[in-house]
Structures are given as C-alpha cells and as structure tokens.
Write a protein of this length. Structure first.
Length: 257
C-alpha cells in the first residue's frame, strides 16, 4: 500500500473521522515506547491519509500523559511529511467566540515536566531548533486558502496558549494569558509542535473554540455545552480537512515519478 504523506491528529473532540474507511491499522513500536493509538490508514477526500487519535482509543490519555515523542516518531516512520493537528480550545479574546475556527501562527508554552525534545544530550546531542515560527507557514497558508475556497469564516492567525491540564485554568491564569497575548487556550500543542519540527515534519493546527475560557462568561462551564459545540461545529473542521487533503494531493504528473 502507498504510504500516505499526510497525517491528521485528532484531539479530544475528534477521535475518528466521520467518513473513515479503515484500509489498514498498525500499532508500531518506537525507541520511545508505543504510541497512544494505532496509525489508521484511511481515505479522506479520495486521498490516502493517516488518522491518529492523540488521546488514545476512547480518549484515555490526559494531555500531560500523552507520549508525544512516540506518537510523532510513529508518524515519521510511516512516511508522513505533513501533520495537521485538530485541537478543541477555549476562547480568550472576544474574537474567539463559540464555534469559531482559528489557524494559529504562534504559541506560548505553559507546560512543565513533559518530554519535550528528542535531543536531550543523553542519547542524542543537544540540538537547538529555530522555533520562531512554531507552525509551518506553507501548511498554514494552504489551510487558510482552503477555508477561503469553502467560504468558511476563520481567524488566519492567533496565539495558542498551551497549559498543563488536565484541570482547566483559573480566571486569574486566563487574565495573565490574555496579557501575554494569547487568543485561545489548549493543552496539547506542546511539545507536539516542537517535536514535529525536530523531525522535519510540516505541522499546523486547526483550533475549534468549544468554550469561553475561565472568567470570560457569566455562565459556569458545562461539559454538555462543550459536547454540543463539538457536535455542531466539528463537521466544519472535517469539511476543511477533506478539501485541504485534496488540495495537498500531488498532481498526476507529480505522482507518476
């Protein structure tokens, strides 16, 4: 079977694709242990892709327990070159309303204690990547152009604040994050983005706002309302992914070489 060059990492709001026709499923071993879920070979928009559930089958792995190094290594071993990560997030700024989609261009890392590099000096010499732009600009632009093609309203930039979890943030923490310049808050973009860059993978994120961040609503957070936002708005994300995969597919001339 042809090796897919594109992978979609599904977050807690996307544990599978609605149109997923499983062609193959593999659970590879890596030098960093087993990934949190199998690599699902499927088709999206008629093109081969790998779908991977970041939190495992059934969403059993909390953000700080995800084996990010094994997950990204498994995708690299499978021949993946481009990774689109789907994240459900909280909206901090007014622009990040419920159901809104953001293609972030920057992030701030508030996590701690996570295995955040392959090059720690123990088994591999220390390597300092240039992380000025944590999300690949070409892949971001493809997502943005495709959203325009679909007439899908999105934010073409934004700062993703990545917290440790699994608890949600205090109102004071969100206030600090807004002062820091964050637009949305999530728990999984780091170290995922950095590890992808270390492996030479093009990585970008699609963030779906499913709740207002702590202190940004006069109503208490309801998980029922979060699930409702996922149910109502994740189809928009899947539609974007489907068209992006088509747009990224090589032309017949390119694929013949």
């Amino acid at each position: 079977m042809q090796a897919p060059s594109i992978a979609i990492i599904g977050g807690s709001g996307l544990s599978s694709l609605s149109e997923m026709d499983v062609l193959d499923s593999e659970w590879p071993s890596t030098p960093y242990g087993e990934p949190n879920a199998p690599m699902i070979h499927t088709r999206l928009g008629g093109e081969l892709v790998i779908f991977f559930a970041r939190h495992g089958e059934g969403g059993t792995f909390a953000p700080h327990r995800v084996n990010y190094r094994a997950n990204l290594t498994a995708l690299k071993q499978a021949g993946v070159k481009k990774v689109i990560a789907v994240n459900v997030v909280g909206g901090i700024t007014d622009a990040m309303s419920l159901g809104h989609i953001c293609i972030p261009d920057q992030l701030i890392d508030y996590t701690y204690g996570r295995e955040s590099t392959f090059f720690d000096g123990a088994k591999k010499p220390v390597k300092h990547i240039d992380f000025s732009e944590p999300f690949n600009s070409d892949l971001r632009n493809t997502l943005i152009d495709t959203a325009g093609q679909l007439e899908l309203p999105i934010s073409t930039q934004g700062v993703y604040g990545c917290t440790q979890g699994p608890r949600l943030e205090t109102a004071a923490e969100i206030n600090r994050m807004e002062r820091d310049g964050c637009d949305v808050v999530g728990m999984t973009a780091m170290p995922e983005a950095a590890l992808a860059m270390e492996l030479g993978l093009d990585y970008a994120a699609v963030c779906l706002v499913v709740n207002r961040a702590s202190g940004r609503s006069d109503k208490p957070l309801s998980l029922g309302q979060v699930y409702l936002q996922v149910t109502e708005n994740m189809p928009k994300v899947e539609g974007l992914l489907k068209q992006v995969v088509k747009n990224l597919a090589p032309s017949p001339e390119e694929s013949s070489f």
